[in-house]
Design a protein around this ligand. Structure first.
Ligand code: SF4
Length: 377
């Protein structure tokens, strides 16, 4: 099976990430009817009273458009469909020239009609989460009986509506044994992209078990070596690119596109930015250190000029073994995981098993539990 061809509708592949992000995530709301074990947002059923209003949201989208044509924006949450203006905002973003995608939650509100409304409004892609290959394992992880069935129905509705589908999966001790079966499901659903998220312990995710660096390495090798009928990207695991280089693969080399122009070689603050439900600007949703607020600051100025963002774009500012690593310009480690474990976003990523030859300093520590799960390969 061959990898899917790229389209040319997204931003140019060789975008200067000092000037614009490849992808900007906007958390429309933290409200959600699910209670997922890994939730970064620590979501709950009700909307926050201080969420961006519809008018503020449109002002934000206008500002985002200043990054350039076809800027990719992901409407995230919580569950973005908990806002009754979600479809209108997709339409507005599309009309001003953005590439808008969405990550709705797998709930009863994600009906085929809702999916068709999003497609009609111009949505470019829909991403749904599958964290178990069966209803039992997925629903247990998501904290809601019936979520698996509703997610599969929504995925099929996306296909019927001609909407490209992305599947997101969390890799942790509770899910790693299911990865091969989930990969089969991703293929069966006709997804264009499998986004494999390596757990960062923030929000409710602190209750999950990270896998060890050695197991993460095996999972990445398995992903690199696979002959998948969909594109693969990792989230919060840029050392996947080191594994790609070391194995001499042409998969995910940092310039690959996944059909909407999303380059794989991006990290928090460097090609990536996040706006919270109340307008705070973070390098990533998993690195919740604010560099400004869109209610008073231009998102463009914050992304380009804030000290935090600028430091995250400088591989030579990294510390520890990431700072000494010959792959730091190609990888750089997860800045979010470094922040979660040390409070310093420039420290080493504790999930990486690689130790540079010329490095003899202390190694980062990550507490993890292997549990009784078998390897994904
Ligand atoms: S040591 Fe850091 S920069 Fe080097 S491969 Fe590992 S995570 Fe990447």
């Amino acid at each position: 099976m061959s990898r899917p061809a790229s389209e040319s509708t997204g931003p140019p592949r060789r975008v200067d990430t000092a000037e614009r992000p490849f992808v900007l995530i906007w958390e429309l709301t933290q409200a959600c009817d699910l209670a997922c074990e890994h939730c970064r947002a620590d979501a709950h059923p009700d909307r926050h009273p201080d969420e961006l209003s519809t008018a503020e949201a449109k002002t934000l989208l206008d500002q985002v458009r200043e990054f350039g044509e076809n800027q990719l924006v992901v409407f995230s949450g919580g569950d973005p469909l908990k806002r009754d203006d979600a479809v209108d905002l997709v339409q507005y973003g599309t009309d001003v020239g953005l590439n808008v995608t969405m990550t709705p939650s797998g709930t009863a509100s994600l009906t085929p009609d809702a999916v068709h409304d999003l497609a009609d409004a111009g949505l470019r892609r829909m991403a749904v989460s599958i964290d178990g290959a069966t209803a039992d394992s997925h629903d247990a992880f998501r904290g809601e009986p019936g979520s698996f069935e509703e997610t599969i129905a929504a995925a099929e509705a996306a296909r019927d509506a001609g909407l490209p589908l992305q599947i997101n999966t969390t890799v942790c001790g509770q899910t790693v044994a299911d990865l091969p079966a989930i990969a089969d499901l991703v293929a069966d659903l006709g997804a264009v992209l499998w986004s494999v998220f390596f757990l960062v312990p923030v929000g409710r995710g602190v209750t999950l078990d990270p896998i060890s660096p050695e197991r993460a390495e095996r999972v990445m090798e398995w992903l690199v070596d696979g002959d998948w009928p969909f594109a693969v990207k990792t989230t919060e695991a840029p050392h996947y690119r080191r594994v790609v280089v070391q194995r001499g693969s042409d998969a995910g080399d940092g310039a690959a596109s996944d059909g909407i122009g999303r380059r794989t070689g991006i990290t928090a603050g460097d090609g990536f930015a996040f706006v919270s439900h109340v307008g705070e600007v973070y390098p990533s949703g998993f690195l919740p250190r604010s560099a400004g607020n869109v209610r008073r600051d231009s998102i463009v100025d914050v992304y380009r000029d804030a000290d935090l963002f600028r430091s995250l774009r400088d591989p030579d500012a990294l510390r520890g073994k990431c700072g000494a690593c010959e792959f730091r310009h190609h990888c750089g480690g997860s800045r979010s995981r470094a922040f979660a474990y040390t409070g310093d976003p420039l420290e080493s990523d504790p999930l990486c098993a690689y130790v540079p030859d010329r490095y003899d300093g202390p190694l980062p520590e990550q507490s993890f539990t292997e549990g009784d799960v078998s390897t994904a390969d």
